[in-house]
Structure formats: structure tokens, C-alpha cells
Design a protein around this ligand. Structure first.
Ligand code: G16
Ligand code: MG
Length: 220
């Protein structure tokens, strides 16, 4: 039976995905690259440098910057993102998430976090939910980003739970792929057109219920 649930952060626990989008949009505009929400889906769950590469390719400017200039662009995006997340408070926990964490805990199930964000610890601190997590992967120790399963495998290992007894929760296509690649049950939060591969999909976080997730896991 299930022994651990491993959460993504941005877009699942809180809507910082919108802040990442805002910061990339602004950076893109400063170098003449326009992005929309559809393109932004390709940046979700993807590391900062890989996101920059995708943005540059999107604007056909992948050959216009040196590595050093790219570092600077990524830093600029991150500075803007950090300005935006200063506003994060416990009120920004997405609907249904707090109850979900409480219910999982009460069931004696471990909780982990597998976020690609180097700002994850800060966001978790601002949301005041650190106490619910038995383990949060430090993304700077992860060498291969989502869709590679590494980050989810690392979380499971630290929690000392076999993958087959873990459930992963994600809002990104790359994240669902990473969960399934790790051999875990994937719960998706988002649109069926994007996350159709999830083992169980809900449109938004208010529809996440622990009894229902558990039931789906056991019937899989
Ligand atoms: C998040 C976001 C991505 C972001 C990445 C890196 O991952 O979804 O859009 O690019 O983290 O963030 P940072 O630049 O703060 O290191 P997740 O896995 O929490 O969805
Ligand atoms: Mg996410």
C-alpha cells in the first residue's frame, strides 16, 4: 500500500508558476522575445537554465548570447522572480492543499517535495508549511531535471520508501513524465489536453482529496 506522497511545489502547492511566467515574460520582452501561456507550459517544472535555452530557441536567438551573457539573463529573471515571491504568505497555499497535507499526515503517510526550484525552501518557509514535509529535495543536488525521474527517486530514497509505494503530484507535463519514469503513481493537476498521461487527473487543487487519491492508487 501507499507509504509516501511526493509533491511538486510551483503550480501544485502554490501558484508561483504564475510568478515564474511573469518573470520570464518580462525577461523575454527585454530581449525581443514574446511568450504566451501556451509556450509557458514548456517551462513548467524545467530548470532555470534549461528554461532560458527554451526561451531563446523560441525567439530564434539561441546563438546570440555567450554563456556568460546567458548566466546574466538567468540571474536577471531570478532577481525579478525573487522580488515577486516576497509577497508570498500562507494565504497563497492553493485551495484544498492544506487539508490534503493534514489528511495524509493523519494517515501516517510520509510527505516529500520534489521541486526543480532553487527557491523552494524560501517559498515553503513563506507559506509556513515546512512542518508537513519529511524531506524536501535540494534541487541544486539534482543533475538531471524533469522529465528525468532523478528528483523523484531522490525524494523516495531519502524517505526510505520504494517507488511503487509512492504517489507523485504534478502540474507540468515534464513532471508527470518524471513521476512515471520513477515508477510512481502520477496525480496530475491541470488540463487533460496537457496532462492526459497522468494516472489520475483533476482540473484544480480544490478537487484533490486524500481518500479519492488513495482509492485510485489502490485500483491501479
Ligand atoms: C519550478 C518551475 C519552473 C522553474 C523551476 C526552477 O519547478 O515549475 O518553471 O523554472 O522550478 O526554478 P528556480 O529558477 O526558482 O530555480 P517545480 O518543479 O516546483 O514546478
Ligand atoms: Mg510545477
Amino acid at each position: 500500500s501507499v507509504e509516501a506522497v511526493i509533491f511538486d511545489l510551483d503550480g501544485v502547492i502554490t501558484d508561483t508558476a504564475a510568478y515564474h511566467y511573469e518573470a520570464w515574460k518580462e525577461l523575454g520582452e527585454s530581449i525581443g522575445i514574446a511568450i504566451d501561456e501556451e509556450f509557458n507550459e514548456q517551462l513548467k517544472g524545467v530548470s532555470r537554465m534549461e528554461s532560458l535555452e527554451r526561451l531563446l530557441r523560441h525567439g530564434n536567438r539561441q546563438d546570440d548570447f555567450t554563456e556568460q551573457e546567458k548566466e546574466k539573463l538567468a540571474t536577471r529573471k531570478n532577481e525579478q522572480y525573487k522580488r515577486l515571491i516576497k509577497r508570498v504568505t500562507p494565504d497563497d497555499i492553493l485551495p484544498g492543499i492544506k487539508q490534503l497535507l493534514v489528511d495524509i499526515r493523519q494517515d501516517g503517510i510520509k510527505i516529500g517535495m520534489a521541486s526543480a526550484s532553487k527557491n523552494a525552501f524560501e517559498v515553503v518557509g513563506s507559506l509556513k508549511i515546512a512542518e508537513y514535509f519529511d524531506y524536501i529535495v535540494d534541487s541544486s543536488t539534482v543533475s538531471k531535471g524533469k522529465p528525468d525521474p532523478e528528483i523523484f527517486l531522490k525524494a523516495a530514497e531519502a524517505l526510505q520508501v520504494p517507488s511503487s509505494r509512492c504517489i507523485g503530484v504534478e502540474d507540468a507535463e515534464a513532471g508527470i513524465e518524471a513521476i512515471q519514469g520513477a515508477g510512481m503513481f502520477a496525480v496530475g493537476v491541470g488540463k487533460p489536453q496537457l496532462l492526459g498521461k497522468a494516472d489520475y487527473l483533476v482540473e484544480n487543487t480544490s478537487l484533490l482529496s486524500w481518500p479519492e487519491i488513495k482509492k485510485r492508487y489502490h485500483h491501479s
